[in-house]
Design a protein around this ligand. Structure first.
Ligand SMILES: N[C@@H](CCC(=O)N[C@@H](CS)C(=O)NCC(=O)O)C(=O)O
Length: 378
């Protein structure tokens, strides 16, 4: 006997034989509407008007960051408290560094003035909430792009400005050459960073044990490590290069060759403002494209006269790419003129000739064996 399956769109009626039978709803003759044609026209018009205004409100809300930044006359940028090469402040209050330059580049694109940025130093554990609550317009603070940081906080990473990985700094006197020799050692870790999970994963995977000294600020970590409270300082390799220089005797410490995680670092914005997301993302891409095309702060004036189609689109002498993003046509030329292309920014702050001396490695352009690759401006 066939079994009748319930179907919510059909009415189930008991049949005369006592079996459940499915029947299509029968169309009843419609009662004459008491609404006149004019009433109905008016109702439709009001509905359409309400929908249109909802759309306008939604798009205004979505474009609010650029407007707020323009009205304020400055970008508010979340950075670290002071990480040599990435975000440092001098005694006159001037900020510099690789992460700082991303924000200066966004300001250059918007204001034609890389100085229109207010920097807000943020702890690792507080940074994402500060961005979410609107305390900063963009977070450029050696932050690793992970899925949960986007989904938990309603944020979105705009780009990868630096491909990094987690490493280990140890005293040479510890006499170890590989991370696999760190069984039973104590680790200094900063709370609220990816380092905590990386170390836990690595030790579990390799059946090793460790003890953690978890501290809230980098200064506390440095003092603890330098003072011998822990055997290992574990964080992104770029930060180990920076922090080693601050130790009492940097030459007595070594970064182990092991890199145990992927740490794609980049700027973060709030979800829901696509225009702002586009601006921050394309600021990075403009710098990478400029390097690829040989356009630098030294060659920018010549590039403004170039007849090469790709250069013209970058510097804004062809097309209206800047305007479409809510910026001026020469937005990218401003970035390169006032801040530099990606390679210039890298070398000046953290490259082999800087005190940090970090080789380009993965952060070379894709044309040079690295993975820095920007979609084209067209
Ligand atoms: N990339 C990692 C680590 C970021 C991080 O905060 N690292 C510490 C070093 S252990 C730091 O830069 N601290 C600077 C500060 O607290 O100002 C993450 O996003 O969690």
């Amino acid at each position: 006997m066939p079994i009748d399956l319930p179907n919510p769109s059909l009415a189930a009626l008991p049949s005369a034989a006592g079996r459940t039978r499915l029947s299509l709803p029968i169309r009843q003759p419609r009662a004459r509407s008491r609404w006149s044609f004019r009433d109905r026209l008016l109702a439709w018009a009001s509905l359409l008007l309400a929908l249109a205004s909802a759309l306008v409100v939604a798009s205004l809300a979505a474009a609010q960051t650029l407007t707020a930044v323009r009205e304020r006359g400055a970008l508010v940028c979340g950075v670290s408290h002071g990480l040599l090469g990435f975000s440092s402040v001098d005694d006159k209050g001037n900020w510099s560094g690789f992460d700082v330059d991303l924000c200066r580049a966004v300001a250059a694109a918007i204001f034609n003035d890389a100085g229109k940025v207010r920097f807000v130093p943020l702890d690792a554990a507080a940074r994402f909430a500060a961005l979410k609550s609107g305390d900063v317009d963009v977070l450029s603070r050696n932050s690793t792009w992970t899925m949960s940081r986007e989904t938990t906080f309603g944020l979105v990473f705009a780009a990868v400005t630096y491909y990094d990985g987690q490493g280990f700094l140890v005293r040479k006197a510890l006499n170890v050459e590989s991370a696999l020799e760190l069984d039973g050692k104590s680790f200094c870790l900063q709370t609220g960073t990816t380092g905590e999970l990386n170390v836990a994963d690595y030790f579990r995977a390799n059946n090793m044990t460790y003890s953690a000294v978890e501290l809230a600020s980098l200064d506390e970590i440095l003092t603890a490590y330098d003072g011998g409270r822990c055997d290992v300082f574990a964080t992104d390799v770029s930060q180990l290069h920076a922090e080693r220089l601050k130790l009492a005797k940097p030459e007595e410490h070594v970064i182990l060759p092991d890199v145990i995680s992927k740490e794609p670092l980049g700027p973060v914005v709030r979800q829901g403002d696509d225009q702002w997301f586009t601006i921050v993302k394309w600021t990075h891409f403009a710098m990478v494209n400029a390097e690829e095309l040989g356009v630098s702060s030294k060659t920018i004036e010549r590039a403004m006269q170039s007849e090469k189609p790709e250069v013209k689109r970058l510097v804004g002498t062809a097309g209206n790419f800047g305007e479409q993003a809510g910026l001026a046509s020469d937005w990218a030329a401003r970035i390169v003129r006032l801040v530099g292309n990606y390679g210039e920014v890298f070398e000046r702050n953290i490259g082999t000739k800087s005190p940090l001396g970090i080789p380009r490695g993965l952060n070379h352009l894709w044309t040079m064996g690295g993975i820095q690759y920007a979609p084209p401006i067209r």
